[in-house]
Design a binder for this molecule. Structure first.
Ligand code: NAD
Length: 476
């Protein structure tokens, strides 16, 4: 497959896809390395992680430049995603503490029980195009710290960042075979899902593929966490600070050209403030500069020509369905190459829940305003949506915010925070069709996902406790 610079449309490289046979050879390598790495001391693992953290810090700009060239997001955003990945590495540096089991002395007379957390062996990671460095780092550092070896298949659309990061793992002292990259498409993904030597798979991508990966992987007996798509709502109540809410809607709606799983794509405005809020958002949108992400613009291009055409198709659908096109991103003036894949920030008002621009994940810079009469109507709308990745409420009423956090059926919630991505020591993941499986990424849930617990009960020989007794063991 060819790889293009989204800002200019220029083809800059090609990526070969691994066949199922090649994936099998890579899994064999990861499998051979698993025993030794799984037995490595916690101190050694922590040392590699600390060295890797420093190398990542030193190479941040270089990796960000690769992301901007292939994905198109602006430099500050690319740097931001590397930093968020680095935070997971810092979390994983604390692995000696995270892998502590429990110990209970004298659960019965002179009998102790304790638990240990052991690695799974080989794990697979399959990542999407939109965070080519950060999403792999949600998983790989935690999996490696837990003593596993990894086979990662990044998105074919922007494959270079993962290659660069894998090189840093090697420089940090990770033995050969612990982190392995394969490039490919469905054939490579299926080979990972079907290979009995792979114990667990972490997947991030669109909902239909996440569901497929979850079903096929679990049928093959694997542990699977598959994070899917999103339609994130931001509810603005009448008592909110409307300037703050307008800033947040613009930042979260159009940052990274809306190609974020935590982007706000639906603004739910209580009718009494909707006109004023839309006016403030429109004012701010007029100041945004769209163009080449490497050249100081606010918003970069869309990742591919096909993705751009799909977004433009949705804008046409919105108009046909009767929504009011307040700002038309098809008419934006772009500061980039004439063949770049651009769509400018787009705003629809009067969107209703039956329109495709509301029901579907557009994954582009298109913000839809749905007007509601009350908090309850807004909450019902959010809870009826099939997705449950992120959401936010903007209000100055602590009681309303607290009610929202309790009642909303969404995995990550912001209160006056538009993109509530949890820090690395919490876990990241949505509800409903935004996640298949029961473990979220990183944090304690990540450590649990990549380990198996064993409980051991011990007694050291004591003649006073001998004798035959066929009864079920009980504490005494
Ligand atoms: P995608 O589903 O097209 O691809 C994701 C991965 O699956 C890639 O590695 C791709 O090569 C592979 N793939 C594609 N088609 C496949 C198939 N038919 N069978 C098996 N594997 C296949 O997603 P994308 O376009 O790269 O990324 C954008 C999507 O990811 C959006 O839906 C976004 O919401 C979602 N996403 C979700 C999260 C989250 O945390 N929930 C985070 C980032 C992105």
């Amino acid at each position: 497959m060819t790889s293009s610079i989204p800002a200019t449309g220029e083809v800059t490289g090609t990526v070969d896809f691994a066949s199922a046979e090649v994936v099998g050879e890579v899994v064999a390598k990861a499998s051979a390395a698993a025993k030794e790495w799984g037995q490595s001391s916690l101190t050694r693992r922590a040392q590699v992680l600390f060295a890797f953290r420093q190398l990542l810090q030193d190479n941040k700009e270089r990796i960000a430049a690769l992301i901007t060239a292939e994905h198109g997001k602006v430099t500050s955003d690319a740097l931001g995603e590397v930093t968020r990945g680095l935070e997971v590495v810092e979390f994983a540096c604390g692995i000696p503490h995270l892998l502590k089991g429990g110990f209970s002395e004298n659960v019965s007379t002179a009998v102790d029980t304790y638990s240990i957390l052991q690695p799974l062996g080989v794990v697979g990671v399959i990542s999407p195009f939109n965070f080519p460095a950060m999403v792999p780092m949600w998983f790989v550092p935690v999996a490696v710290a837990c003593g596993n070896t990894v086979v990662i298949k990044p998105s074919e659309k922007d494959p270079s960042a993962v290659n660069a990061v894998a090189e840093l793992w090697r420089e940090a002292g990770l033995p050969d075979g612990v982190v392995n990259v394969v490039h490919g498409d469905k054939e490579a993904v299926d080979a990972i899902l079907d290979d009995p030597r792979i114990a667990a798979v972490s997947f991030v991508g669109s909902t239909p593929i996440a569901k497929y990966v979850y079903e096929r992987g679990t049928q093959a007996g694997k542990r699977v966490q598959a994070l899917g798509g999103a339609k994130n709502h931001m509810l603005v109540l009448p008592d909110a600070d409307l300037d703050l809410a307008a800033d947040a809607a613009v930042n979260a709606g159009f940052g990274s050209a809306g190609e974020r799983c935590m982007a706000i794509s639906v603004l739910v405005a209580v009718d009494t403030i909707a006109d004023e809020l839309i006016a403030k958002i429109t004012e701010r949108m007029a100041t945004l500069k769209t163009g080449d992400g490497a050249k100081g613009c606010d918003m970069g291009p869309i990742v591919t020509a096909a993705a751009r055409d799909r977004i433009v198709g949705y804008i046409e659908h919105g108009v046909a369905a009767g929504a009011t096109l307040v700002v038309d991103g098809r008419e934006t003036e772009f500061h980039g190459g004439p063949n770049g894949f651009f769509v400018g920030p787009t705003l629809f008002d009067g969107v209703t829940p039956d329109m495709p621009i509301y029901t579907d994940e557009i994954f582009g810079p298109v913000l839809s305003v749905v007007r509601v009469r009350s908090y309850d109507e807004g909450l019902d709308l959010i809870n009826a949506n099939r997705y449950g990745n992120g959401t936010a409420i903007f209000t100055n009423d602590g009681g309303a915010a607290r009610r929202f956090q309790n009642e909303v059926q969404v995995g990550m919630v912001g209160i006056n925070v538009p993109i509530p991505v949890p820090m690395a020591f919490y876990s990241f993941g949505g509800w409903k069709d935004s996640l298949f499986g029961d473990s979220h990424a990183h944090g304690i849930e990540g450590v649990h996902f990549y380990t198996r617990t064993k409980a051991i009960t011990q007694r050291w020989l004591d003649p006073s406790h001998g004798g035959v007794n066929l009864g079920f063991p009980q504490n005494s």
